[in-house]
Design a protein around this ligand. Structure first.
Ligand code: SAM
Length: 285
């Protein structure tokens, strides 16, 4: 295990279960975003995302779910992803432990090869839950989207003593349309399942405040930590693969401070593009 610290951000190169158990204080995290391997055979730089049996995968997941919940503050929130086929198991497992407030569908179109003999998968499920439904952060005013009425001009509410234009904004529902990160996009990194900045922007703005601590135990390209930093939150990211940790160190601008005394010195790739949250809205819906 290796630890990199800079300002309010921490990156761990190591196994999520080990780091969670040994390095993260109980009830210290405000928001957890978990995007684990999905057990569908993706290749994460040599690590094959496939367990021997479904049961083995689920038992492994249940161990990190329990650890995550232990690390979450009593007022904390958690967002958990996995493949469509395993989400029902997560849902049932979590129902006994936290209050699930939303079952979100992240929907996207895909230009890739599509299934011909069944309906191809065009969404990924996200569970949103909290420890205490009476006391948790939800900044609905920070994530408003356009309320589409279909009308070409503004609708007036004549029921009011003084007629008023209807609000043209609303809190998003549970179907989210964000484009997937593709090769030509500025934010693209070399990773098979990188999550879009816009997706994390919505989650972090809604479910945390500036200064809060955000944890992502399977960080991949460190999208969570990257957006957390842009939005003035603190971050802790864990990733088992060294090449992906290098991407994280670069995205968080932790390179100089981190590379003085460690073996990642060979890191050469430089990329200066900064993706600014709020520039990336939903594609429609
Ligand atoms: C679905 S990806 C996460 C993608 C990430 N959300 C992003 O935006 O780039 C899952 C990641 O978990 C990492 N991983 C797999 N097993 C792990 C473990 N035991 N501990 C920590 N990371 C692990 C993989 O290397 C992979 O990068």
């Amino acid at each position: 295990m290796q630890e990199f610290r800079h300002q309010e951000h921490r990156i761990y190169l190591g196994d999520a279960l080990e780091v969670l158990a040994e390095k993260i204080l109980d009830e210290s995290i405000d928001l957890i975003f978990v995007d684990p391997p999905y057990n569908i055979g993706k290749n994460f730089n040599g690590f094959k995302d496939k367990w021997r049996t479904d049961e083995e995968y689920l038992n492994w997941c249940y161990s990190w779910i329990d650890l995550c919940l232990k690390k979450l503050k009593p007022t904390g929130s958690i967002y958990i992803m996995t493949s469509t086929q395993f989400m029902p198991y997560f849902d049932i497992y979590l129902r006994g432990k936290i209050k699930i407030l939303s079952r979100i569908v992240w929907a996207y179109d895909s230009s890739g090869v599509q299934a011909k003999k069944y309906y191809g998968s065009m969404y990924e499920p996200i569970l949103f839950g909290v420890k205490n439904p009476k006391n948790y952060t939800f900044n609905s005013d920070k994530i408003l989207v356009e309320a589409k009425t279909g009308a070409t001009r503004k609708l007036i509410d004549y029921r009011k003593p003084i007629p008023k234009v209807y609000s043209s904004q609303k809190v998003p529902g549970n179907v989210w349309n964000f484009v997937r990160v593709r090769y030509k996009m500025n934010e693209y990194e070399e990773h098979p399942t990188q999550k879009p900045v816009a997706l994390l922007e919505r989650i972090i703005k809604a479910s945390s405040n500036p200064g809060d601590v955000i944890l992502d135990p399977f960080s991949g390209t460190f999208t969570t930590s990257y957006v957390a930093k842009l939005l003035n939150r603190k971050s802790i990211g864990i990733e088992i693969n060294e090449d992906y940790v290098k991407i994280g160190l670069r995205r968080l601008k932790m390179i100089e401070s981190s590379l003085k005394n460690n073996k990642l010195k060979k890191f050469v790739k430089q990329k200066s593009t900064v993706i600014t949250p709020s520039l990336f809205g939903e594609t429609d819906g």
